[in-house]
Structures are given as structure tokens and as C-alpha cells.
Design a protein around this ligand. Structure first.
Ligand SMILES: [Zn+2]
Ligand SMILES: [Zn+2]
Ligand SMILES: [Zn+2]
Length: 474
């Protein structure tokens, strides 16, 4: 993304801001708000005591526009590219630490049985797809014609960005209710899957579950991806750890040799084939299961750990926009007027209809998420570090930097982290002038360039060291 061109509006804002002579201060604030695209604006003061017990008060009155800007913290790229980028980096560290170690996780985890798998949804109707390698969408010479008079075939080769991808070949034939309910019950299906995994492994190794649970522990991290047809795929990393007694539960050790990749794969396949979750009678009864496709890759063997972490982190900042959905919760009345494709509108409409049958499934409240109630990224407790720990480490680092730089006694007292009393009021959200927007975008771009330069410098450094190692006589 490039910074916006300078418009007359921007120039006006520039002149106005330059008159205030506080652009540098504004830039500083935008930087500490992570160059957020929709910063939260607060007005108020922070009171604290310095090391000598003297009261220190910091107020937003001396700041640009008399406000403090704070990052919105939204994880979705379509809402705030800047906060989403930070979230993606955190996700990358969190996922990567469980695969390779780091952030308090021992490096030996890389030697545990580790697999990456994708759990898919069943089919709820034919949609336009892009199978890749120049293959056609759904060519059928003797295709049947549906009750709505649509021939259920498509001989086109769709480009990857073709807007028709994910659209049903016949909108009326697509089972939107089934798809919504499947998404809705996905959390329960996953929960049952995690319960069945040790059960299946116990069966395969001819042990009781109780005995097995004393030997191994399943750790995982999973990310939900919306496919264009509106259904969710789960991308999951599963790692086998040695079970530890309660007082050493935080320790990570490899399981006994017998619990190898082969056994883990068999356990997963056996579980995914048999597990199901019940649907309530008001919603038609029956059970939901995983789709027929199951892809399992061995991390470290067929799938590189770094690539795996990047792949998962990428999806952590996206949601229904992948399927042309809306970014916010909607009400039933808004549905008809929304600028969405018919397939999405049908999802929204049916969600409210189903909500009338069974309000406890929250289908109306989750209509914008196509019925899915869960979080985008979740992990088991012992997989690796947490978002909270990563955030706290970053904040501590920023505080240290600030302490090293500033001479302002009030700022020093606040950064020192003693008792603080915060009196802040919410003023609004977003940038005030076009200039602020422009500055934030420029800051984002600069930061991205710096990051790339740092990565390149690191790569140069490594290759130089390799060269030196090669030329150094043994
Ligand atoms: Zn933001
Ligand atoms: Zn097609
Ligand atoms: Zn039809």
C-alpha cells in the first residue's frame, strides 16, 4: 500500500497543523499509537507519585488536539491494517514458539511429534471453484439440471481473483441452513475432537484412557479460515508432549518413543472419521461431522515450521471478508440494504430465520460470522506462550526505552510503574484530519520498510558468517 497522494484537503490540514507547530508531537503520538488507522481518542489525566513521594500529574491538555491516541487493537486487516499487523506478528511468535521453542518454550519441542492438519467442512451445494493448474471449475458432460432449471456444471477456468468463486452454481440449491448450522456447531465438534483424541490413542495402544493420560498430553493451536463459500476450515497444529504431574505441568518434554508421528497420524485419522456433534431437535436433529477431506502434514519433515507458523498467522487477521461478508454485527432489518452478494445475503437472512427456531444457538447475533461462535485463534493451555504475555513483554520494553530517553520527571514517574490513577474519558475514534491519516499511513510504510531492511540485514549477516565459516581453515 502506498501513502495517499497529496490532495488540497491534505494541504489545508497541513497548513492548519503547521500553524499549531505541533506536527512533531502529533507524529510521536501516532507512533506510540502503533500508527493505528482508527485510534481511540481519550481526554483526561494520569496521577502518580515519583520516587520521592511527590505527586505528578500528566494531562492530555498539552497534547495535540488535547487528546491521547491509543491503538484500536482490532485484529482484522480489513478494519485496521496496523493493529492487524501487530496481531499477526504476535500470532506468528505464539505459534512459532510451540513449534521451535523460544518465548519461554524449550527448543526441544521441535523434536516432539508435530503435525499440521486442515479439517474441512462437508459439501452443502456446488460452488464455483478454482482447482488450479488450469483445471476447469466443474465440467460435466451429462450434468443434471436442478429443480430451478440450472445446469449443475461449469466448464470455465476461473482466475484466482474471479469474484464468482465460492458462489453457488444454483443459489436456491445451496443449503444455507445446513452450512450455518455446521459453522455454528463447529466449536462443539472441535471440543469433542479434543476429547476423542486421547480416547482413540488409548484404544490404538491397548490402554485405558486413564493410563494413557498419565503418559502423553495433546497440545494444539488452531486458526479458523473462512472459505469463499462461507464455510470454515480449521488449520491445526497438534503436538504430543509427555504428560507431567500437576506440580510440574508447565514443563515440556518429549513423550516416550512409542508415541511417534505414525501413531499420532493414525489417532487423528481415526478420531476425525468417527467424531460427531448432535444438533438439537428444534434445528432438525441429526449430527454434524467433519468433511471427507483431511490433510495431515508432518511439521519439520514435509512442512517447514516457519512456513507453517506464517500460514496460520496469515489467517488470524481475517474473517468473513474472505467470503465477501460484513465486518460488523448486523440486525435483521439491515440485511436487505447491505451491499453484499446474494449468497452472503441469503446466509444473513437464514441466520435470523433459524434464530427464531432456537435462540440459544445465537444464530442472529452471529449472522455476520455465518453462524460461527468461536474465536479465530485458540490454543491449548500448554502449547506455548499467550498473547497477554507477548503484549506485556512489549509494553515493558517500551517503558524501558522511554525511561532511557526521557528527562521529563512526570513521564519518568509514570513509566516507572508505581501506583497510577487514570482519569480518562472517551472522546471519539478515528483520525481528526486528513493529515493525521496521511501521517499514520506514512509511518506504517516506513516501519514496514525498516522491518524489511532489518530482515535483509540479518540474512546478509548469516550468509557472511557462512562464507567465513567456509573459508576459515579447519
Ligand atoms: Zn488500530
Ligand atoms: Zn465455475
Ligand atoms: Zn437449483
Amino acid at each position: 500500500m502506498t501513502a495517499a497522494a497529496i490532495t488540497p484537503e491534505l494541504l489545508d490540514a497541513f497548513v492548519e497543523r503547521a500553524g499549531e507547530a505541533n506536527i512533531a508531537k502529533l507524529e510521536k503520538q501516532l507512533r506510540s499509537a502503533n500508527y493505528c488507522a482508527r485510534p481511540i481518542r481519550l481526554r483526561g489525566r494520569i496521577e502518580t507519585c515519583d520516587a520521592h513521594g511527590k505527586k505528578r500529574v500528566w494531562s492530555t491538555a498539552g497534547e495535540p488536539d488535547g487528546v491521547l491516541r491509543k491503538a484500536c487493537g482490532n485484529r482484522r486487516e480489513a478494519v485496521c491494517p496496523s493493529c492487524a499487523e501487530r496481531y499477526r506478528y504476535d500470532a506468528l511468535h505464539l505459534i512459532g514458539a510451540g513449534l521451535r521453542g523460544g518465548k519461554g518454550v524449550p527448543e526441544t519441542v521441535a523434536g516432539h511429534p508435530l503435525v499440521f492438519l486442515t479439517l474441512t467442512a462437508p459439501t452443502f451445494g456446488f460452488v464455483h471453484t478454482c482447482p488450479g493448474e488450469g483445471r476447469r471449475c466443474r465440467p460435466r458432460r451429462d450434468a443434471e439440471t436442478c429443480p430451478h432449471g440450472v445446469r449443475l456444471s461449469c466448464g470455465k477456468v476461473h482466475a484466482e481473483d474471479d469474484p464468482c468463486l465460492g458462489e453457488p452454481i444454483c443459489l436456491e440449491c445451496f443449503d444455507h441452513d445446513g452450512a450455518l448450522l455446521w459453522n455454528n456447531l463447529l466449536g462443539e465438534l472441535w471440543r469433542r475432537t479434543t476429547i476423542y483424541l486421547p480416547r482413540t490413542m488409548a484404544h490404538l495402544t491397548r490402554r485405558t484412557q486413564k493410563r494413557l493420560k498419565r503418559l502423553v498430553r495433546f497440545s494444539y493451536v488452531k486458526v479458523a479460515e473462512y472459505q469463499r463459500r462461507g464455510l470454515i476450515h480449521l488449520h491445526v497444529v497438534i503436538r504430543l508432549d509427555r504428560a507431567m504431574p500437576k506440580y510440574r505441568a508447565h514443563e515440556l518434554h518429549p513423550p516416550a518413543r512409542e508415541f511417534d508421528l505414525e501413531l499420532l497420524e493414525q489417532t487423528i485419522r481415526g478420531t476425525v472419521e468417527t467424531v460427531s456433534a448432535p444438533m438439537s431437535d428444534e434445528l432438525g436433529g441429526g449430527r454434524v461431522t467433519w468433511g471427507p477431506e483431511l490433510d495431515i502434514q508432518r511439521v519439520g519433515e514435509s512442512f517447514d515450521a516457519q512456513r507453517c507458523a506464517r500460514y496460520l498467522a496469515k489467517y488470524a487477521t481475517k474473517a468473513t471478508e474472505q467470503a465477501g461478508g460484513v465486518l460488523h454485527r448486523v440486525t435483521e432489518r439491515e440485511v436487505d440494504a447491505l451491499p453484499v452478494r446474494p449468497h452472503v445475503r441469503e446466509y444473513l437472512r437464514r441466520a435470523f430465520v433459524l434464530d427464531g427456531h432456537a435462540s440459544d444457538r445465537r444464530l442472529g447475533k452471529t449472522a455476520h460470522a455465518f453462524g460461527y461462535r468461536g474465536h479465530c485463534l485458540t490454543k491449548s493451555r500448554r502449547y506455548s506462550t499467550t498473547f497477554k504475555a507477548l503484549r506485556e513483554a512489549r509494553e515493558a520494553f517500551v517503558h524501558e526505552e522511554l525511561l532511557a530517553r526521557t528527562k521529563d520527571a512526570t513521564q519518568l514517574a509514570i513509566a516507572a510503574g508505581g501506583d497510577r490513577f487514570v482519569f480518562m474519558d472517551f472522546v471519539g475514534q478515528g483520525h481528526i484530519t486528513a493529515l493525521d491519516d496521511w501521517l499514520a499511513e506514512k509511518g506504517r510504510e516506513k516501519r514496514r520498510e525498516d522491518r524489511l531492511a532489518a530482515v535483509e540485514a540479518l540474512a546478509d549477516h548469516h550468509s557472511l558468517r557462512r562464507e567465513q565459516a567456509c573459508t576459515t581453515p579447519q
